[in-house]
Design a protein around this ligand. Structure first.
Ligand code: SIN
Length: 475
């Protein structure tokens, strides 16, 4: 297991010898420790990346693409090992963890194909005086700050397009889940990524680390996935140096069910949208808005399936919901549930912390939740489904859009015309229409409003890591 910093192709301890304690969330016990990078290490990594980037940008796009394809292949060859590592440090069920590796690897395959299709344009100025040539050089060094909920995929979704475009990167993985990141870094080098192009520097002092990484004049861009609260702080820091930014921030997804929907399909979709990866996703269904005449039926069916979900350590057979990431997460979920109940919600199933070692919360369904309850306005990041009923579509859309977030939304109806028109009225970067899952490396992932800036994946993803240069000339 790699437990040091990866800088310039070498493994080393942090400058001050400090270590990060990595916990097993299924027991609360320490799994291992990992070197913690200092501000000096972050600065050194950016300088190393800047040197490596010059050579990497000169590698022919086809060759870069082939190296990225090797990265896809090597991750799949190590799917079991990487999946087990994710389950150890994050806790998610092993099937989800292995699924995450397939998803994570796919960003390399997709971007191996994008590397050779990064096209510009050529036009003639309206007065005919000159040609307008537009092309897309890489931005240079990108600092990436990634979350713990997808220890592999939220790294590869950034690294693959960044590398395809010819950038070098310095990654600060979440301190809760550095082991997967370090192993992925090692595999990328085995797959042919030159030393220094991908640097991985975990730290337990995120603030000073980020200050140092962004103070280095070679840093040109910051790509962050995490909460809106932290995103705001990083944006302010980036403003000082006018850095290019890409931000994937929080969500508060409504899951809308009309009375004509196929309720079996809606419950199946709800389980995917709510519970995948132990309900710790920013696309998770956060609020269920159900048409009043089917609200009770939907709630009872959902509660039955939620009550059957086996909660436990992710490596155990049959487990559908692993531990939450830490004790604080469990407390915050419990406070939201208690506050909703205090405001009149009914617990249909769950509603409590699981009484065992580790950080577990019971899959929960709440009925009769008021639209104003805090649980409808904060990201739960846990296995709790609050149900609010509605009678009027316009009111429901007002409730759905009554949030500063706008990442994901879900709509279930048998009337595809209604589904499309409601989808278009939702202030949300992504909509699952009669689908509980929408994540796909070939689709632009990202949010409206305070859910983020920019898109990851699809052909938009690679452009985020590029400059646009225009050359005026004539002949
Ligand atoms: C996230 O929760 O941050 C990402 C979810 C996904 O890619 O499916």
């Amino acid at each position: 297991m790699r437990d040091q910093l990866l800088i310039g192709g070498t493994w080393r301890d942090g400058a001050d010898g400090e270590r990060i304690s990595v916990l097993d969330p299924a027991t609360g016990e320490e799994l291992t420790t990992v070197a913690s990078g200092t501000p000096a290490d972050a600065d050194a990594a950016v300088s190393v990346a800047a040197k490596a980037q010059v050579g990497w940008a000169k590698v022919a796009p086809r060759e870069r693409g082939e190296i990225l394809r090797n990265c896809w292949k090597i991750m799949l060859d190590h799917q079991d090992e990487l999946g087990e590592l994710i389950t150890k440090e994050h806790g998610k069920p092993i099937a989800d963890a292995k699924g995450e590796i397939a998803y994570a690897a796919e960003f390399f395959r997709w971007n191996s194909e994008e590397a050779v299709r990064l096209r510009g344009t050529i036009g003639t100025s309206p007065n005919g005086a000159n040609r307008i040539i537009v092309h897309h050089p890489p931005v240079g060094v990108v600092v990436m700050v990634t979350p713990w909920n997808f220890p592999a995929a939220m790294i590869t979704r950034k690294v693959a397009p960044a590398l395809a475009a010819g950038n070098a990167v310095v990654i600060k993985p979440a301190k809760e889940t550095p082991l997967t990141a370090l192993r992925v870094g090692e595999l990328l080098e085995e797959a042919g990524v030159p030393p220094g192009v991908v640097n991985i520097v975990p730290t337990q002092s995120a603030g000073p680390w980020f200050e140092a990484a962004t103070a280095n004049s070679a840093t040109r861009m910051v790509s962050f996935t995490g909460s809106t609260e932290v995103g705001r702080v990083l944006l302010k820091r980036c403003a000082d140096r006018v850095l290019k930014v890409a931000m994937e921030l929080g969500g508060n997804a409504p899951f809308i069910v009309f009375n004509d929907a196929d309720l079996d399909a809606a419950v199946e979709g709800a389980m995917v949208a709510k519970m995948r990866h132990s309900a710790e996703t920013c696309t998770a269904a956060n609020r269920f808005l159900v048409e009043a005449d089917v609200a009770d039926d939907f709630t009872q069916r959902l509660a039955k399936v939620m009550a059957d979900v086996q909660v436990g350590p992710g490596h155990e057979a049959g487990v559908g919901c692993g531990p939450m990431i830490n004790a604080g997460a469990v407390q915050s979920i419990d406070s939201l549930v208690n506050a909703a109940v205090g405001e009149g919600a009914t617990v249909v199933t769950g509603g409590e912390i699981v009484d065992r070692a580790g950080f577990f919360y019971a899959p929960t369904v709440l009925a009769d939740v008021t639209p104003t309850a805090a649980i409808n306005h904060e990201e739960i990041f846990g296995p709790v489904a609050p149900v609010v009923s509605f009678t009027d579509t316009d009111d429901m859309i007002r409730i759905a859009n009554n949030t500063e977030m706008g990442l994901a939304a879900y709509v279930y109806t048998a009337d595809i015309g209604r589904g499309m028109s409601v989808s278009e009225r939702l202030e949300s970067g992504m909509v699952g229409l009669n689908r509980g899952a929408m994540s796909d490396p070939a689709a632009p992932f990202g949010g409206m409003k305070q859910s983020g800036l920019g898109r990851e994946g699809a052909s938009e993803g690679i452009l985020e890591f590029c400059e646009t240069q225009y050359i005026a000339t004539q002949w």
